[in-house]
Design a protein around this ligand. Structure first.
Ligand SMILES: Cc1cc2nc3c(=O)[nH]c(=O)nc-3n(C[C@H](O)[C@H](O)[C@H](O)COP(=O)(O)O)c2cc1C
Length: 150
């Protein structure tokens, strides 16, 4: 295989850092990441079970979705297009997503802002004030929460 067509060690560090910073239900991190060539495959760890909180595995799947989003942003940060496929292998039910990096493509400002937010994001653990959120702030949050187009 052409060595330029595979993730370098630095690339791997960037991808893994972004991927593992995703939020996850009960901080269970119910995912694995496999890198080969210039492809990244995400598997759901179905052995991570939370029978009381998450009997159907919905939150587990949402957690994996957050990790895939971070992963794709990291691929974009490395300067590649990041096309992806959901459930790429019907014969492997745990395989959730396959992300490729087929060609250079500069990151957009919106993607860069979302990528930079990965390191800052954390769950809010403090008390919430007993007052309504200002409508303008709600609107701003809606815009900020729209999925990045990458
Ligand atoms: C699908 C999902 C469900 C979650 N549910 C809860 C919850 O019910 N209560 C809670 O305090 N945190 C919840 N969290 C936040 C996780 O506990 C948190 O992401 C994890 O502990 C890692 O901390 P961090 O978000 O600060 O990185 C949830 C996160 C995800 C992705």
């Amino acid at each position: 295989m052409d060595p330029t067509e595979r993730w370098s060690e630095d690339d791997t560090a960037v991808l893994a850092a972004a991927f593992t910073r995703a939020p996850s239900v009960h901080n269970s991190q119910p995912w694995t990441l496999r890198l080969s060539g210039r492809r990244a495959v995400v598997h759901e760890r179905v052995d991570v079970v939370l029978p009381r909180h998450d009997p159907l595995g919905r939150d587990r799947l949402i957690s994996c979705g957050a990790a895939v989003t971070n992963l794709r942003l990291a691929v974009r940060r490395l300067g590649w297009a990041a096309p992806w496929r959901q459930f790429p292998d019907p014969a492997a039910p745990g395989a959730l997503a396959e992300v490729d990096a087929p060609a250079p493509a500069p990151i957009t400002d919106t993607e860069l802002a979302a990528y930079r937010a990965i390191a800052r994001r954390h769950s809010h653990r403090g008390p919430f004030a007993d007052r309504p959120v200002a409508p303008a702030l709600v609107d701003a949050l809606r815009v900020a929460a729209a999925p990045p187009r990458c």
